[in-house]
Design a protein around this ligand. Structure first.
Ligand code: COA
Length: 158
């Protein structure tokens, strides 16, 4: 059977009371867990291999997520390296009474596919075709270059 490669994944569920912080909203850490889960499903769906998170960044919390609201976590591949996959993740939430979704959080996550010995393993290359996807790929490359400067700066403090 030919493996099905999927470039994007959406998780959809209700924010539960167990996700609640002291202010009656969802914990930031819980939102980050959802982001990691959606990104993981997306990376495995593309590569067909187990993957590990190597980077999470640029996370922005625009709005709180309320308990009982419907949550949608969309993860989309926007760049592939040799073994890495850069994934843009967005979280949207809606009151189920009106179903109007608004964006609450976004970030970039990088996963690396690994083999049985947990060594980095090559992934299929993603080739963007639409102007929008080409722009997303360029955005991922730009962020990667910005991160290199940040890492250089941080390494001076080690
Ligand atoms: C994944 C891991 C095996 C890779 O090992 P490594 O020695 O860094 O391997 P490499 O230097 O060959 O890097 C592999 C890829 O990861 C990318 N990478 C590694 N660290 C990165 C980071 N912090 N940010 C972005 N990309 C990173 C490299 O650019 C490279 O990408 P490419 O092959 O597409 O060019 C190792 O970093 C690891 O085990 N990290 C911990 C993962 C983990 O425990 N995650 C949390 C739980 S899932």
């Amino acid at each position: 059977m030919t493996p099905q490669r999927t470039r994007s994944t959406t998780l959809r569920f209700l924010a539960e009371p167990t996700d609640m912080n002291l202010y009656g909203r969802v914990h930031g850490g819980t939102v980050m867990k959802w982001i990691d889960q959606a990104g993981y499903a997306c990376a495995v769906g593309w590569s067909g291999q187990y993957c590990v998170t190597v980077y999470v960044g640029g996370i922005q919390f625009y709005k709180p997520v309320h308990i009982g609201h419907i949550v949608e976590v969309n993860a989309k591949l926007i760049y592939t390296g040799r073994t890495s996959m850069h994934i843009a993740v967005e979280v949207h939430a809606a009151d189920p009474r009106d179903g109007v979704f608004s964006r609450t959080t976004r970030c970039i996550v990088v996963f690396v596919a690994i083999d049985d010995q947990t060594r980095p393993s090559e992934v299929p290359t993603w080739h963007p075709t639409t102007p929008q996807d080409i722009e997303l790929q360029q955005y991922a490359v730009k962020l990667m270059n910005l991160r290199k400067s940040i890492e250089e700066e941080m390494s001076r403090q080690e």
